[in-house]
Design a protein around this ligand. Structure first.
Ligand SMILES: *Cc1c(COP(=O)(O)O)cnc(C)c1O
Length: 401
């Protein structure tokens, strides 16, 4: 019996069946390489759902966390800690607009706080509903789930106390019809992650901005997955030259430590007044120190430029395979969906895993590639070779039309 199957048996016996039983039991990581309990190594092109932005065991992250935990780990929000203030200053600076910050522990909590902000903001003006996108993903707690556009994960838990109207992502006319002066907020991902890395049509986010300006609804950009360098800019919305009213962050921000954030731009930064929201762990000194290390490393190592360059290398490398199973790739930076012509993403990801490469079959016909932002071109080339073989295994030449 392998170590993997022993751990899987123990996992099955004690863990809720909520996640199924994962195929791999990871024990350690270094850079972009992770190692399982049987000693098999993998090139990590998933980064724990776009979280481990600096890879694994990055010296800057290790140093920051070690130093902070040995100094003061936790204060609660009844006291100020230094790293949370420094991190908030940095985030506002990177946003490039006057804003205020609220820290949370996850993406769904960031969206939860953003929705509370929007509801409070809209209440006195008689704004009673929220507009969200079909197939969008905003998290699993009840508020964030109510605006999540995937019915199969939302409907088992409804009805919700929030009036939510869904529109097709990218449809400007549907959005204009849905948003009125009675709408409190529009929540959108600048690129839909869980839906399969789907960027908006050109100009769509500007339409969201314009519709919100015309009606007074707040534009909440859910950058939980797209933010913190993933697309080659600090925030994905910066590539569309729009400024949302509220930006939510999490995943890549802490480089593997659990932290989320809500940025309220201008007046949206002062809606949640004293006592309106709270989190025991929000702004925790260790997670905020980790996030400072992530931001500083992205900056000092020039990782934004690297993400743009490596992302082009990856996308053009997939194109150059000219594999009959690949329809096209989409996304930007180090966040790409490889769209297949058949529903064999799970088989392809399985073959890649066997070969020592971790990617995510985010949809039946889409592979999501979201490596650490430090992935090298050589590592991407190894992946491209393995991808060709895995696609051949998933779609044998003999079975092609
Ligand atoms: C992952 C994700 C969330 C939820 O984040 P959690 O930390 O899992 O709660 C919300 N929005 C988007 C766009 C995400 O990708």
């Amino acid at each position: 019996m392998t170590e993997t199957s022993q751990w899987q048996n123990r996992y099955d016996a004690v863990m809720m069946p909520n996640y199924g039983t994962p195929d791999v039991v990871l024990s350690s990581g270094d850079g972009c390489i992770v190692t399982d309990v049987d000693g098999k190594t993998y090139l990590d092109l998933f980064a724990g759902i776009a979280v481990s932005s600096l890879g694994h065991n990055h010296p800057a992250l290790v140093e920051a966390v070690n130093r902070q935990v040995a100094t003061i780990a936790h204060t609660s929000n009844l006291f100020v800690n230094e790293p949370e203030v420094v991190l908030a200053e940095k985030l506002v600076d990177l946003l490039g607009a006057p804003a205020r910050v609220l820290f949370t522990n996850s993406g769904t909590e960031a969206n939860e706080a953003a929705l509370k902000l929007a509801i409070l903001h809209g209440k006195s003006a008689g704004r009673g509903y929220v507009v969200a996108a079909e197939d969008g993903f905003h998290g699993r707690t009840l508020g964030a789930l109510s605006v999540t556009g995937k019915a199969s994960i939302r409907e088992p838990f409804g009805p919700f106390g929030i009036d939510v109207r869904f529109v097709p992502y990218g449809d400007a006319d549907a959005l204009k019809n849905a948003v009125t002066t009675e709408c409190a907020a529009v929540i959108m991902e600048p690129t839909q992650g869980e839906a399969g890395v789907i960027p908006p049509p050109p100009g769509y986010l500007q339409v969201v901005r314009d519709v919100c300006d015309a009606t007074g609804a707040l534009f909440i950009a859910d950058e939980v997955q797209s933010g913190i360098g993933r697309t080659g800019t600090w925030f994905a919305h910066q590539q569309h030259r729009v400024l949302p009213d509220v930006v939510t962050l999490a995943k890549g921000l802490g480089g593997g430590l659990p932290i989320g954030a809500v940025l309220g731009v201008g007046d949206a930064g002062t809606v949640l007044t004293k006592g309106m929201h709270g989190s025991t762990f929000g702004g925790n000194a260790v997670t905020t120190a980790a996030a400072i290390a992530v931001l500083d490393t992205i900056e000092t190592d020039g990782l934004l430029q690297h993400v743009v360059m490596a992302g082009h290398h990856l996308a053009s490398g997939v194109r150059a395979l000219r594999h009959p199973l690949v329809a096209h790739t989409r996304g930007s930076g180090l966040w790409r969906g490889i769209v297949l012509v058949e529903d064999v993403a799970a088989e392809a990801a399985g073959a890649l895993r066997e070969a020592g490469f971790i990617v995510n079959p985010v949809r039946p016909s889409v592979l999501r590639v979201s490596p650490p932002l430090i992935v090298t071109l050589d590592q991407l080339d190894l992946f491209l070779d393995a991808l060709r073989d895995a696609l051949d295994a998933a779609y044998p030449p003999g079975e092609r039309p």
